[in-house]
Every structure is written in structure tokens, then in C-alpha cells.
Write a protein that binds this ligand. Structure first.
Ligand SMILES: [Cu+2]
Ligand SMILES: [Zn+2]
Length: 208
């Protein structure tokens, strides 16, 4: 009698466990598959419209090298022309720590410790400033401000500037140069008191 009731008890628990498993597991799988399906649908909806307005018209790149001898690569600046303006993305990974002015200079020539790049790109013949804030009336077209370099020599700058271009118009920057200065740009006249030219790179048009 005792054995029988124990046996029934065990069978009861095994059967109810099996029931729970057969009911619960397919449900949890189903909801997982459902959530995956929704995610895939959202991703494919987003991809298409976003790609159209952000299509690059052309791009250019400057490999930034130290002006010291021997010269080392400090990083690069990538310029992407979009319908909304020119995106400037600077990534330096081997640069001196601190705050440093980063400008576009007139000539595409890094000789003579960067001095051959001549002055700031200034087609409007206006005073020095910070282009993203002051605009083309109150800043040189090459006044990109400062880049912050951390203790590991790394720093990034990402700007979107309406009115700058690579090849077309008065504010075209292809075949000019980027200069990394020894000191920060304090936006004082005539060129921001940024000191020596420690890095230089020529802005070369790139094939997309
Ligand atoms: Cu400069
Ligand atoms: Zn300037």
C-alpha cells in the first residue's frame, strides 16, 4: 500500500513536469523568434532611407605627419563632402598630449617644418576665429579650432561645416594642407597664437 501511493506520487510529478515543459518551452521559443523577427524588420526599414541623404559626393584624406626629422605619422584627417556640408573627421593616435590648434592652411606643401603651407586658408580675407561658431564672415575658412590629445597621444575631432567643399567654389580645400600646432588656438589675432607647426598633411582627393 505504501509503495503504491509513493509510486503514484512520483508518476504524478513526472507527468506534471512534462506537461509544464511541453506547454512552456514552445511558448518561450516562439516569443524569442518573434522578437528576432521584429528586430530584423526594423533594421531593414531603417537602412534604406538613411543611406540616400547621407551619400558622399566625394572625399579626401590627409595623412598627418610630424614636421620633425625623422617624420612620423601622427594620424589622419578624412574629409567627406555630403549634401549637408563637409564632414571633417580627425583621428590622431601618436600626437603630443595637450590642446593643439588644428587648421587648414593655404598651400598643399609641408616643407620647411610646415612653413611652406603658408597662412590659414582665408579666401574671404577676414579676421581669425573659430569657423563652426563664427562663420565665414568672422573666421578664416581654415579655422577648425582645437583638438584635445590625451596622455596616450590620442585625440579625435568631428565637425560638419556647411559651406566648405572639396573642389567646387570659393571654399574648396582639396590640395591644401592641415596643420597641427604646438599650442592651443586662443582665437586671438592674427592667427590664434598657436605657435610652431608640429604636424602637417596634404589634403588629397580620394577615389570612393
Ligand atoms: Cu594654423
Ligand atoms: Zn585663422
Amino acid at each position: 500500500m505504501m509503495f503504491k501511493s509513493w509510486c503514484f506520487g512520483a508518476i504524478y510529478w513526472v507527468v506534471s513536469l512534462l506537461l509544464v515543459l511541453t506547454i512552456y518551452i514552445p511558448h518561450s521559443y516562439a516569443s524569442e523568434i518573434k522578437s528576432l523577427g521584429v528586430e530584423v524588420a526594423i533594421a531593414s526599414e531603417l537602412e534604406q532611407p538613411a543611406a540616400v541623404p547621407m551619400m558622399a559626393l566625394s572625399s579626401a584624406k590627409a595623412i598627418v605627419k610630424s614636421t620633425a626629422d625623422p617624420s612620423e605619422v601622427l594620424g589622419e584627417a578624412v574629409f567627406t563632402e555630403l549634401e549637408t556640408g563637409l564632414e571633417v573627421a580627425v583621428i590622431l593616435d601618436n600626437a603630443p598630449t595637450g590642446t593643439h590648434a588644428f587648421h587648414i592652411h593655404k598651400m598643399g606643401n609641408c616643407a620647411n617644418n610646415g612653413k611652406a603651407a603658408k597662412g590659414h586658408f582665408n579666401p574671404e580675407n577676414v579676421k581669425h576665429g573659430y569657423l563652426p561658431k563664427d562663420g565665414f564672415e568672422n573666421a578664416h575658412a581654415g579655422d577648425l579650432g582645437n583638438i584635445e590629445i590625451n596622455e596616450d597621444g590620442m585625440g579625435m575631432m568631428d565637425l560638419m561645416i556647411e559651406g566648405l567643399s572639396l573642389e567646387q567654389g570659393k571654399h574648396a580645400i582639396a590640395n591644401r594642407s592641415v596643420i597641427l600646432h604646438a599650442q592651443a588656438d586662443d582665437y586671438g589675432q592674427p592667427t590664434g597664437n598657436a605657435g610652431d607647426r608640429v604636424g602637417c598633411g596634404i589634403i588629397n582627393l580620394a577615389a570612393i
